[in-house]
Design a protein around this ligand. Structure first.
Ligand code: EPU
Length: 429
């Protein structure tokens, strides 16, 4: 097992670039299953969730290869329609193989997906939508068996603008008979990226990024090349780390419109933001100001995925900030670890009250989920003294070699083997 060792309290300073968005790469890779040929995906980050998705594609008979950040998926031959439980449980996005397998083979034998432990995360909206598209669904415990004589277009009204359910419907209905309309579709940039990829392959998807998406089913998709959008959540992670350490950094390869929901929050904290094309300069004040209230909501509002890192930065702000989490009912799980740094955050259900403290002190903590883990990195970078963060496999799911990127900004963060760390601790005690 590996851990991060951080010597904190250093102002971050320098330049970094964003890698491709995890939450865009995963659905696009699943959608490659629909294409009877070789899809070429650029800017595909080398994350453990991406590697797990490629493994599933290989097990289904596809040939996959990576060269740098370009991944090719050849789905000319698909030899199965079952995914085993262990693979399904590696990540939440494995549920998107449901739409992809049904469209490609007419069958899907899968299990309930895994993913970060941030709420109950049911798949009822996915299954209801798939049934509407002419699929028969049998559930037996955690096992889901589906079959269809062909996907048929339908009008689907989502009671909540679920990102995953919108993506599953788009993937399932791209190759189908008739027209599908999604009412109350999710509007996240990752939805637009998936639509762009599918449309390049010949799909007819209209209205991605708006509340209503129309999909005219086509007979077949052809191979294409596609570049994954930059990771907006990674950008907000760097911004939080800069803010918490009183730093001055430049983030390259950003898409400013994707970040417009987070800019006002950093302005309110007293950070100065300068946009220059695809580069963003962030200059943090010596001491951050509190933010009155942040409410997480579906795009184009403040993203739930940025919430933990921003909370970590606000721990050292002057004054009291309030955060209301509206997407996942259990997304403050990391707060108890954050408080080990000397932070003063009180959680009541889905509300966090952050009483800013002057400084944080190094602590030994455990990451419990991906973004919660990133929040602990932000706190460790701000804290005086040495911190260790364990269970960092959660962080590796969504950040590619984050320690090397942060080192470019002058952070003192090292990935070390747990056993080595224990030995050193024993020797020094
Ligand atoms: N929901 C249901 N039933 C469903 C589907 C969703 O009740 O069938 C509920 C969920 O339990 C949750 C809410 O709806 O309370 C939102 O879920 P959504 O389906 O929108 O999220 P997701 O598709 O599971 C994706 C991202 C998450 C991100 C959310 C919201 C991927 C692989 N994951 O999850 O990313 O937080 O959208 O923006 O795209 C992360 O990267 O750390 C992460 C958790």
């Amino acid at each position: 097992m590996e851990l991060f060792k951080v010597n904190g309290h250093k102002n971050l300073c320098g330049e970094v670039s964003l890698h491709g968005a995890k939450n865009s790469a995963l659905p696009v890779l699943c959608a490659c299953l629909l294409v009877k040929g070789e899809s070429i995906i650029h800017n595909c980050p080398n994350l453990s969730d991406v590697r797990a998705t490629l493994k599933i594609l290989e097990n289904l008979g596809c040939t996959v290869a990576r060269q740098g950040n370009t991944v090719t998926v050849n789905a000319a031959q698909v030899s199965g329609f079952a995914i085993d439980e262990a693979m399904m449980r590696t990540m939440r996005s494995s549920i998107l193989f449901l739409g992809a397998l049904l469209s490609r083979t007419g069958n899907a034998n899968i299990y309930l997906p895994g993913g970060c432990d941030i709420g109950t995360r049911p798949v009822d909206l996915h299954l209801k939508a798939i049934k509407n598209l002419g699929v028969s669904v049998e559930e037996n415990g955690s096992c889901i068996s589906c079959t269809t004589g062909g996907i048929k277009g339908a009008k689907i009204i989502l009671p909540f603008a679920s990102v995953g359910a919108t993506e599953n419907i788009m993937i399932a209905a791209a190759v189908s008979k008739g027209k599908t309309i999604i009412i109350n579709a999710a509007r996240e940039p990752e939805i637009c990226d998936l639509a762009e990829f599918l449309n390049k392959c010949g799909a007819k998807i209209y209205g991605a990024g708006e509340g209503t998406i129309e999909i005219e089913g086509v007979k077949v998709l052809k191979p294409c090349e596609h570049r994954i959008i930059p990771d907006r959540i990674l950008a907000s992670t760097y911004m939080s780390a800069c803010a918490a350490t009183g730093g001055e950094i430049v983030i390259n390869d950003i898409k400013a419109t994707h970040l417009s929901p987070v800019f006002p929050v950093f302005n309110e904290m007293g950070c100065r933001l300068y946009l220059n094309g695809a580069s963003l300069k962030v200059i943090a004040p010596k001491r951050l100001r509190r933010v009155k209230t942040i409410k997480t909501m579906p795009y184009p509002a403040f993203p739930t995925d940025s919430q933990p890192m921003v909370t970590a930065a606000l721990c050292v702000a002057k004054g009291t900030s309030v955060i209301k989490e509206n997407i996942f009912e259990n997304r403050f799980g990391y707060v108890s670890e954050l408080n080990r740094f000397g932070a003063d955050v009180e959680v009541n259900d889905t509300l966090a009250v952050i009483n800013g403290v002057k400084k944080l002190k190094g602590a030994n903590v455990f990451a419990g989920d991906l973004r919660g883990g990133a929040a602990l990195i932000v706190a460790a970078l701000a804290a005086e003294g040495t911190s260790t963060i364990r269970s960092i496999y959660h962080i590796d799911r969504g950040y590619a070699s984050i320690e090397q990127e942060l080192e470019k900004l002058g952070a003192d963060i090292k990935r070390i083997n747990d056993e080595e760390a224990k030995e050193k601790e024993l020797k020094s005690s």
